[in-house]
Design a protein around this ligand. Structure first.
Ligand code: ADP
Ligand code: ADP
Length: 239
């Protein structure tokens, strides 16, 4: 069964801009999906309809067979807990330690009065170390976020989302501001979470080369429409 389904989804922004046009496809559990397309083609919009950062104007997105539009208020947090997201600009708290940044991933989704006050249990701290280990960043646990390189910051951002035990990771142009070497480190971590932990991973990318290297399947958007959808085995140089 698919973990995510788009049923005839369209999105028109309130200013009239068309974000998505009749998107209709499904993503099986455990897939490493790369979405390619020019800037403005709708990649980010598509991704943000999955965790309801954006509302659709027509159709419906389903996550684990439940309509995303049905989640309201408190229950929206339970949807978003299952879906980790990372961004091009990392979105870390620059002046805070790596540890605090990672722990904040826990507060957002499992708030307790102590954690809201910045008091974390030994269990939470162990989990932060474990998350940092998975991205090979535990030795930087007491560094300030803004002392790290871009690639290291993105790895901390991944560790932060691991604090919510996600089943799905959405990565919106995660390597757009990184150099080629760091890019590989970050993409390798996403691939490892996909292969070893069975997470479903969706990555928006500009680079078709990288897509071919990492994806199980590539979909392509153009002006909000899904114009390309192939398993990696069918993707050729000529495409
Ligand atoms: P991509 O991620 O591929 O660069 P986006 O999903 O960001 O594409 O954008 C798709 C289209 O929707 C573009 O025309 C963009 O300008 C427009 N758009 C994105 N966000 C908004 C918004 N909040 N309000 C209005 N238009 C938007
Ligand atoms: P939604 O319908 O998903 O809530 P909105 O249409 O309310 O999104 O847009 C959110 C905000 O982003 C608006 O203030 C909009 O003006 C702004 N915005 C407009 N164009 C763009 C764009 N191209 N990219 C990103 N944000 C944009």
């Amino acid at each position: 069964a698919p973990i995510i389904s788009f049923k005839h989804v369209s999105k028109v922004y309130s200013n009239g801009t068309v974000g998505l046009k009749d998107i209709d496809f499904s993503i099986p559990k455990g897939q490493f999906l790369v979405v390619v397309g020019l800037s403005g083609s709708g990649k980010s919009t598509l991704m943000r309809t999955i965790n309801r950062m954006h509302e659709v104007t027509e159709g419906e997105v389903y996550v684990e067979n439940e309509a995303v539009s049905a989640y309201k208020g408190r229950s929206l947090r339970t949807l978003r807990r299952r879906i980790g997201m990372i961004f091009q600009n990392f979105n870390l708290i620059n002046r805070s330690s790596v540890e605090k940044n990672v722990l904040s991933g826990r507060v957002s989704y499992y708030p307790t009065w102590k954690s809201v006050m910045g008091l974390f249990s030994a269990e939470d701290k162990q989990k932060a170390v474990a998350s940092l280990n998975r991205v090979n960043m535990s030795e930087k646990i007491y560094a300030r976020a803004d002392e790290l390189s871009g690639g290291q910051q993105q790895r901390v951002a991944i560790a932060r989302t691991l604090m919510q035990d996600p089943k799905i990771i959405l990565a919106d142009e995660p390597i757009a501001s990184l150099d080629p070497l760091t890019t590989k480190t970050v993409m390798d971590i996403l691939k490892r979470l996909n292969q070893e932990d069975g997470l479903t991973v969706i990555v928006n990318l500009h680079s078709v080369e990288l897509a071919r290297e990492y994806a199980d399947r590539i979909v392509g958007l153009r002006a909000g429409e899904l114009v390309y959808d192939e398993p990696i085995s069918a993707v050729t140089e000529a495409d």
